[in-house]
Design a protein around this ligand. Structure first.
Ligand SMILES: Cc1ncc(COP(=O)(O)O)c(C=O)c1O
Ligand SMILES: N[C@@H](CCCC[NH3+])C(=O)O
Length: 426
């Protein structure tokens, strides 16, 4: 596995003496200064990922709405907002985070199958750009809330196009038996219902077929199906303005070769043009592709437990910090922060955390030449790690640092024991 380029290269690279670097800073120095486990992100990597989408969509009526769930830290949201990005939110909490980070309300879209009336009201009052509605029952509830507030809710119907995104079953969302979206066959009725409700304004149609998608084909299939529907719905008398193609573009955790964002956008735009829809407003909702390979989780080796059949490298980060391996058996590359001495003996380890679960592993069968006290980087930890981190085993959540060039700043303090106990009553 280690013959592939480092995820996030060239932002992540090794110096001449073998130290692992993020931009112009040594990761080991950052780990020593701020302690471990520690998430470290590159501002340049996030900005360059966003500009690939913006480049691919340049000259069009298009908006990139970052899926906040991938990493919802305030500093990351604000740097994306400053770069002109919109946001895809799925809760009142994400709405508050996006607004606090300086998001323009009209560049916010609200997805999710279970929006509460309270969340709908907050988003309406904030003046968000669109609600991506996932059921007829939700249309009725949103209409009630809008009427009660004296406002009109812009809605886009999220359809389930029944397309196989060819990704892990837990992160596939566009198949008929997933809970997401309005079934293809019900989309016309849903649009007609929305158009008949006085509190709603039909703004468009969309889909989101899954996450960590590494090919363009499922996107093109979904686009074709959405366009077929859009044409049928408009022919039936409901004009639909925009198309939202959701998020889902994958990243290279190992040897995956997902299309580049600008290339994918060009393919999608060419297909829209070919079908005569090139003038329509297009929204995309990437999450992982903007931040996933911009971050690492640094961890220190606590103990080695060599064995005849299996050896364990026990580190101070765990499934509560980097949950993806436990949840999806996901692969994250793991590298020592300092190069091993020439000829140092290596051993094949399972890299595991201190949490009391056999599922608490970060990497399996990794060849490492390490000693207790050495530090490691878990790569591709910018997306769906900190935002899914928990306090399981009463472990305070890690700190986060954002690097730009040779500057580093703490963007989230390490949680304390007081934080853990806050709000609890004896
Ligand atoms: C509606 C919606 N939009 C966007 C995303 C972002 O997905 P990804 O991080 O795979 O780009 C998700 C999560 O899968 C989602 O559910
Ligand atoms: N949490 C998933 C992605 C979920 C996308 C949300 N619909 C992951 O880590 O890969």
């Amino acid at each position: 596995m280690n013959s592939f380029p480092l995820p996030g290269a060239p932002v992540f690279h090794r110096s001449e003496n073998g130290a692992l670097m993020i931009e112009d800073l040594g990761l080991d120095e950052l780990a020593q200064e701020h302690g471990t486990p520690l998430f470290v992100y590159s501002q340049a990597a996030i900005e360059s990922a966003l500009s690939a989408w913006q480049r691919g969509l340049a000259g069009r009526d298009a908006l990139v709405c970052y899926a906040v769930k991938a990493n919802s830290s305030q500093a990351i949201l604000s740097l994306l907002a400053q770069a002109g990005c919109g946001f895809d939110i799925v809760s009142g909490g994400e709405l508050a985070r996006a607004l606090a980070a300086g998001a323009e309300p009209e560049k916010i879209v609200f997805s999710g199958v279970g929006k509460t009336r309270r969340e709908m009201q907050a988003a309406l009052e904030a003046g968000i750009g669109c609600f991506n509605v996932e059921s007829e029952a939700e249309l009725l509830a949103l209409n009630d809330v809008a009427a009660a507030c004296g406002l009109t809710a812009p809605v886009s119907i999220r359809v389930n196009p029944d397309v196989d995104a060819r990704t892990h079953p837990y992160i596939s969302t566009g198949l008929r038996d997933n809970k997401f979206g309005i079934a293809h066959d019900h989309a016309l009725a849903a649009c007609q219902l929305a158009a008949s409700l006085p509190g709603l304004r039909v703004a468009g149609i969309g889909c989101h077929i899954g996450s960590q998608i590494t090919e363009a084909a499922p996107y093109l299939d979904a686009l074709e199906r959405v366009l077929d529907l859009l044409e049928a719905i408009e022919a039936a008398g409901v004009p639909l303005g925009q198309i939202d193609l959701g998020g889902g573009l994958g990243i290279a955790y190992a040897d995956e070769t997902p299309p580049a964002a600008d290339a994918l956008c060009q393919l999608l735009l060419a297909r829209l043009d070919a079908r005569g829809h090139g003038q329509r407003r297009l929204i995309v909702e990437p999450g992982r592709a903007l931040v996933g390979n911009a971050g690492v989780c640094l961890t220190e080796v606590l103990y080695l437990k060599p064995g005849e059949d299996k050896s364990f490298c026990i580190v101070d980060a765990a499934m509560n910090d980097v949950p993806r391996p436990a949840l999806y058996e996901a692969f994250h590359r793991i590298e020592p922060l300092q190069a091993a001495a020439e000829g140092a003996p290596g051993r094949v380890y399972d890299v595991v955390g201190p949490v009391c679960e056999s599922g608490d592993w970060l990497g399996r069968r990794r060849l490492l030449a390490v000693q207790p006290g050495d530090r490691l980087a878990v790569f591709s930890a910018g997306a769906y790690c900190m935002s899914m981190a928990s306090n399981y085993n009463s472990r305070p959540r890690a700190a986060e640092v954002l690097v730009s060039g040779d500057m580093a700043r703490v963007i989230r303090q390490r949680e304390t024991i007081e934080d853990l106990l806050r709000g609890e009553l004896p």
